[in-house]
Design a protein around this ligand. Sequence first.
Ligand code: HEM
Length: 405
Amino acid sequence: MATATTEVDGDITNPAFYADEDPHPLFARLRNERPVFQREDPSGLVHWVLTKHADQSFVYRRPDIFSTQYGVTFDTYRGATPDPAAGAMLEFSAPRHHKELRKEFNKSYNRRAIKVLEPTVRKYAQEKVARAASLGSFDFAREIADPVTSAVVFGLLGFPSSDWDLLFDLSRRSQEETHPSIPGRCPFDTSAAEANHELVKYLMRLLNPRRDDLQDGHVKVLSGLLFDGEPLSQREVILNTLNIMQGGNSTTRHAASGGVLALIQHPDEAARLTSRSHFPLLVEEVVRWTSPAIHFMRRATRDVTVRDARIRKGDAVSVWPIAGNRDEEVFTDPYRFDALRSPNKHIGFIAGPHLCLGINVARLELRVLFEEVLRGLPGLRLNGPVTRVASNFIAGIDHLPVTVS
Ligand code: HEM
């Protein structure tokens, strides 16, 4: 049986590792030498590490065995204590409750419901691309990826546009780049908890029935949703709004920047995009290639065997889409950025009941953004060092300096 080790697992949970190094050689070694093993982290948390695509797919499809209720990231995992949002927030709900809640949410997030956003997304993208083109040299992350993707999510939720900059700032602070354990690496002077607190206060004010600037959007839908004949409580509305906001903000913008970087670095692949029908394939390859979510945590609800490993009830389990998306057993030539890869069974949005709720939003945003960038910014090239986010959860690009011909 695989036991606790530090022989081959290296810096797997060290946030700086993802900012400073290419993590893929480590994950290739883990997939090949120890696809399932138990590890004691320097923080003291003992967890199973699963890197193979097939094993992760099993975990994602069985939330009854691998629970999301105890926290889904390494830093927020709570051991035997359920997360305070368990049972209220979609992602942290137990299977039966999750299924019912998800059925309601899907009504606003299915492909048809999201398709109507296309003209709005295109307008945001065209405006930002035109502005950036006039600048000549700019930071793609700040000028295009961040504002376009956050505007889509905030608009979808119904936040007043005058608050979008503030909300983006708080959302970014509350989630990812803040790793206080790395001196000098945290770009913010407030903690993630403080930013989260600010976000909750903002939402409480917005949901105050005396205010009338909450526009039509998903927050209003959530507020009016009847569940088992009862409306969701204010706490449930707030938690689920945060879930959608964080799920949407911390991922798509990094996929957008990572995708543009890949196109710059692989001009032959960019040249293959000769038809509009190619762009949906590009989007899937970008999500596989960038894998914006590095890992997720689960807790075993009963004894279960994965390969030769006997996972016990109560054990912590970490799954690594970043590794599954380069699995040689699933992808031909996995280290090649293949803009038209097909089939592409990536797990960037995972699979099973917790499959990304915003998958249609993300696909739409990324497709429109890449179409507009390739049309409006010809000859895009790098113009300085790329800075990556120091996080073991979000694989992202903080700064992408570029210039246009
Ligand atoms: C490229 C962009 C995106 C990626 C790679 C991504 C990835 C993921 C992944 C891997 C999960 C599973 C989490 C888990 O199992 O614990 C997830 C769930 C979720 N995502 Fe996304 N996401 C993206 C965009 C979005 C957008 C745009 C939204 C909202 C508009 C969104 C909202 C959510 C929500 C609410 C969940 C929880 C679903 C549930 O538990 O049923 N995501 N996402």
